[in-house]
Design a protein around this ligand. Structure first.
Ligand code: ZN
Length: 164
């Protein structure tokens, strides 16, 4: 077994690809891939898909040395917070993230939580089942909650630019 450097999931040690800056174990990335495969094949899962991408991104923040990873965490955290807290209509959340992208250079490294309550490994077992959507929602909500230390910063940052 190997502990994922990002989310802390304990999975089998396998050989395989990982993301360039969302650092993870190969097994964790494979679980993410499994969830994504089901979402890509079902248009009804598109909303859920955004939560999956956001949750995985903020649980694999890298070590703070990659600018792209810092920006990715900030933007996905902002979009997830907007969705989880229903600050805007869901359809708007994606557009908001795209427009926030122009301010991404302002984002600073946010120290991630020491532990995550749920990981993609908890969700992958429900991939493609009727529980898929609920599993992703629970994961996304918990991932957002785990980042509570930075809620005020990231929502403040997002709202500042949305309002401007
Ligand atoms: Zn992981």
């Amino acid at each position: 077994m190997i502990k994922c450097v990002g989310c802390g999931s304990k999975l089998e040690r396998i050989a395989g690809p990982t993301h360039r800056y969302m650092l993870s174990s190969p097994a964790c990335f494979a679980k993410y891939d499994e969830v994504l495969a089901h979402e890509y094949s079902d248009p009804a899962l598109m909303r859920t898909h955004r939560l999956t991408v956001d949750a995985f991104a903020i649980q694999h923040p890298g070590d703070g040395t990659t600018r792209q990873a810092i920006q990715s965490v900030g933007l996905h955290l902002a979009r997830l917070g907007i969705q989880v807290n229903h600050l805007r209509r869901l359809e708007e959340a994606n557009n908001i993230m795209l427009s926030l992208g122009q301010y991404k250079a302002e984002l600073v490294f946010l120290a991630p939580p020491a532990e995550f309550t749920m990981t993609v490994a908890d969700v992958a077992k429900f991939a493609g089942t009727p529980e898929h959507v609920d599993a992703v929602k629970a994961w996304a909500r918990s991932a957002w909650a785990d980042w509570s230390q930075h809620h005020d910063y990231i929502i403040g940052w997002a709202e500042h630019h949305i309002a401007a």
